[in-house]
Design a protein. Structure first.
Length: 350
């Protein structure tokens, strides 16, 4: 039976899933975060926007520290502007502010839910930009050293949707400093769909406000901007990362795709000769189209984007993970490619 008196983490996750925490504490500034983390009972969960976590229906037995620290500081550094943001500040506020102030570098990251402090964790990225490109420093509480310190970008080991901080509870991000460039125009647009939406070519630049508006519009159509009345947005965004294959792996996939679908998989060149394959393409072509439920109660593939798994309002984490497993296994069977989850799984596994 549902106990309506308990505080479920479902209130704090964009999937609207997750059971009760052992205890829940809210921190509103850096000193409070450090103190609460020091006092926390294991397993500790630092939670901000809850837009990249899948929490078990049973919840988590330890302390959840909810980050609600706010504040933005701006400082000139020769030709650049350094913007330092407290970890709990909603990320899209930062992008809106940068665009309004004529600061380029994060405009393509408009509309990503969650907090500024979480952006380094999985090196958030979208529409051809990654946050690692603009991070100047990350202020952390290092739980092992029991000290606060500033980390340089090279120490953070940023890579595609990951960093030193991911799946690592040693560091709690307290604030992030971004190095932005005063400019009326965006950085060169790397993403073809975005360039097209702005009537430009890949590599062209466009006014910052126009880039932000175009990104928000593209994201909105895919259910990738939070909307409280649209269950297609009760998700973690992309549930799986795009697989990165080496030359031989991609050749094998192309052969398989030709056999099964008659066309080449959607893919882009990645680092060191590897190829990034569209997970959405693989999922769709493996037979899991938009709106697919597989009979799993209360959950479905988003009606707007194949890569987002959603809670239709009555789902459970068990059902969501069963759907995710079915999709992962289906893609493996049809294409012999492994999909890995993008969100952090808390108290549960795929
Ligand atoms: C509709 C939708 C669209 C999305 N689109 C994108 C996208 O385009 N690109 C993209 O990269 N991501 C996207 N995401 C995923 C998500 O928004 C980002 O990963 C975001 O940065 C998570 O922030 P959060 O504050 O919600 O983190 P949470 O969900 O609260 O936490 C996520 C993980 O980071 C850890 N964490 C959070 N804050 C801190 C901190 N200060 N210190 C240490 N650890 C911390 C948590 O412990 C947890 O492990 C999307 C999600 C949704 C729901």
């Amino acid at each position: 039976m549902l106990d309506v008196t308990r505080v479920d983490l479902s209130r704090h996750t964009t999937l609207r899933l997750g059971g009760p925490p052992g205890s829940l504490r809210t921190a509103t500034h850096q000193d409070e975060i450090v103190q609460m983390v020091r006092e926390a009972t294991e397993p500790i969960l630092v939670l901000a926007g809850g837009s990249n976590v899948v929490v078990a229906d049973e919840g988590t037995p330890g302390t959840v520290v909810l980050l609600r620290s706010m504040g933005v500081g701006v400082q000139r550094d020769r030709d650049d502007v350094l913007v330092t943001v407290e970890a709990g500040q909603p990320w899209d506020d930062v992008v809106a502010l940068a665009v309004a102030e004529g600061l380029a570098g994060i405009e393509c990251l408009s509309g990503i839910p969650g907090s500024a402090g979480a952006t380094p964790i999985q090196n958030v990225g979208a529409y051809g930009q990654e946050i690692a490109e603009t991070i100047a420093a990350v202020r952390v509480f290092d739980r092992t050293a029991n000290a606060v310190r500033d980390m340089a970008p090279a120490e953070c080991r940023f890579a595609y949707r990951t960093s030193l901080f991911r799946h690592n509870d040693r560091y709690v991000v307290l604030a992030v400093t971004f190095r932005l460039r005063p400019a009326a125009l965006s950085a060169p647009l790397r993403y073809a769909e975005l360039a097209r939406a702005l009537d430009g070519d890949q590599g062209a630049r466009a006014p910052l406000a126009e880039v932000r508006a175009a990104v928000l519009s593209l994201r909105g159509r895919k259910g990738m901007v939070l909307d409280p009345v649209d269950p297609d947005t009760y998700s973690v965004g992309s549930f799986f990362t795009n697989p990165v294959l080496d030359g031989a792996g991609f050749a094998a996939l192309r052969a398989r795709a030709a056999e099964v679908t008659g066309v080449d998989p959607a893919a882009w060149p990645a680092e060191n000769g590897s190829v990034k394959v569209s997970a959405a393409w693989l999922i769709e072509r493996a037979g899991f189209g938009k709106g697919y439920t597989g009979g799993h109660r209360g959950v479905a593939v988003s009606g707007k984007h194949t890569l987002a798994l959603t809670n239709r309002g009555t789902g459970t984490t068990v059902a969501l993970l069963a759907l995710a497993r079915e999709i992962r296994d289906g893609v493996r069977k049809v294409f012999d490619v492994e999909l890995y989850p993008e969100p952090v799984l808390v108290g549960c596994a795929l």
